[in-house]
Ligand binder design. Structure first.
Ligand code: AMP
Ligand code: MG
Length: 412
């Protein structure tokens, strides 16, 4: 009989990670509803419409340095200083032959000038400027439209509005911005053994860690999150909660109860309540996974083993969430290739998502496995700062081989 464990046999009926992800992404719809927000409330929202530059940036040529605006044709002859230009206080006259204007960073380039000489490259008294090098055309000048010409695409629909993107919109004078309505996600954990935090542990019980890891994972994304608690292995309670979750959310996530044990009700219930597929995944960890729909909501039934819950969240739920939030592709966690600093143990058959940590290698960054690799051991996951993806066909990986690494911490 098939059991759910972390052995390494290849199961010909198991779905590959790539195939499952392709099905999930194909069925995850992009959002339609949008709303208009003041720019400062739009941080971490997803842009619903292309933002075109309503004007050029810079809107006029200006100085990149503190120095002097000059005419190149005057060469290094001494020049008469005829005035000053500041950011926000332009010089209104023209730089005629034989003259120069003192200019500060960001000040508009005065008429007639075609270069700015940095003040470190000249000497000056109150009236006369002496250059120590020949100026070059357009030197130290920020050109009109150098960043964006009027009508250029500034931010594409589907852009996640990180701080730098808020900055760009602000530089264009955009006060309000159209973003997608936030996605609603409801989740709960299942299992008679689960106990809440803050109590002493009763014999045979465990603390419900998955609900807290799911909440933490979901909170990293700009979502409306509903925690529906921990539900015992009771068909009716689970059915009720699933239906309530599907009414209030766009996407429902559960943990536990998706394998083939006597108390695993998710599979049986969902056949009646929705259209759900149960996949034995060809991966380690995270073998059983349920995916489909209940009512209008997408559904993910994640395995109960705490490391499997986290791995399947990153590999399948997060890409689906990003697509449903309206974020443009790519939706998967990006990976980089790094050399193995220590050997990775692996049998051929399943795609491994080993937990790794970044280390300083001989020639830059490298990656090593954490010691505890079992799907029920959270300390290994907690020590890890990355997943190391080893393809299904791979066997033991020697030191120095390049492996695919997904970093778990990102900057915004
Ligand atoms: P299940 O998927 O329900 O068969 O559970 C697989 C393993 O994960 C069992 O050892 C469960 O006790 C454990 N488990 C299930 N749910 C949770 C949870 N919410 N938090 C921590 N461990 C869990
Ligand atoms: Mg269970």
């Amino acid at each position: 009989m098939a059991t759910c464990c972390d052995d390494n046999e290849h199961d010909p009926n198991a779905k590959s990670v790539e195939e499952a992800l392709a099905i999930i992404l194909a069925q995850s719809r992009s959002p339609e509803e949008s709303m208009i927000l003041p720019l400062d409330l739009a941080l971490d929202r997803v842009l619903a419409r292309d933002l075109l530059a309503p004007q050029a940036i810079p809107a006029w040529p200006n100085s990149a340095m503190d120095g002097y605006a000059v005419r190149v044709a005057d060469g290094i002859s001494p020049r008469k200083i005829v005035g000053s230009a500041y950011a926000g206080r332009p010089y209104v006259g023209t730089v005629l032959a034989g003259t120069a204007v003192r200019i500060m960073t960001g000040a508009p380039l005065p008429e007639g000038a075609d270069a700015v000489v940095a003040q470190e490259q000249c000497t000056a008294d109150d009236q006369t400027l002496q250059l120590t090098h020949y100026p070059k055309q357009q030197e130290n000048i920020r050109g009109i439209g150098e960043d964006l010409a009027c009508g250029d695409l500034a931010l594409a629909a589907g852009t996640w509005l990180r701080p730098s993107r808020i900055a760009l919109a602000a530089s264009l004078g955009v006060a309000e911005i159209e973003v997608f309505r936030p996605l609603r996600v409801a989740f709960f954990s299942t299992g008679d053994e689960l106990q809440g935090l803050g109590e002493s542990l009763r014999f045979g019980n465990i603390y419900d860690s998955n609900r807290h890891s799911l909440l933490a994972l979901l909170r990293r994304l700009p979502l409306e999150v509903y925690d529906l608690g921990r539900i015992p292995d009771d068909q009716e309670r689970i059915a009720e909660t699933l239906q309530r979750a599907a009414r209030m959310a766009d996407l429902v996530i559960t943990s536990g109860g998706v394998s083939v044990g006597d108390a695993d009700y998710i599979a049986r219930l969902l056949r009646d309540l929705g259209s759900v597929q149960f996949w034995k995944m060809n991966m380690k960890p995270g073998r059983p996974l349920a995916y489909g729909r209940i009512g209008d909501a997408d559904f993910f039934g994640l395995p109960g083993n705490p490391v499997s819950t986290i791995v399947t969240f990153y590999q399948f739920v997060r890409p689906a969430l990003l697509k449903r939030m309206g974020v443009h592709a790519p939706w998967t966690v990006p990976s980089i290739r790094l050399p193995a600093a220590e050997p990775f143990r692996k049998k051929a058959g399943r795609t491994d998502f080993q937990r790794g940590r970044l280390v300083a290698g001989e020639s830059g960054l490298a990656v090593a496995p954490v010691k505890a690799q079992s799907s029920h051991i959270l300390t290994g996951m907690a020590l890890a700062d990355c997943f190391v993806i080893l393809p299904a066909a791979a066997t033991d990986i020697p030191v120095g081989s390049l492996v695919d690494v997904q970093l778990l911490e990102g900057l915004v």
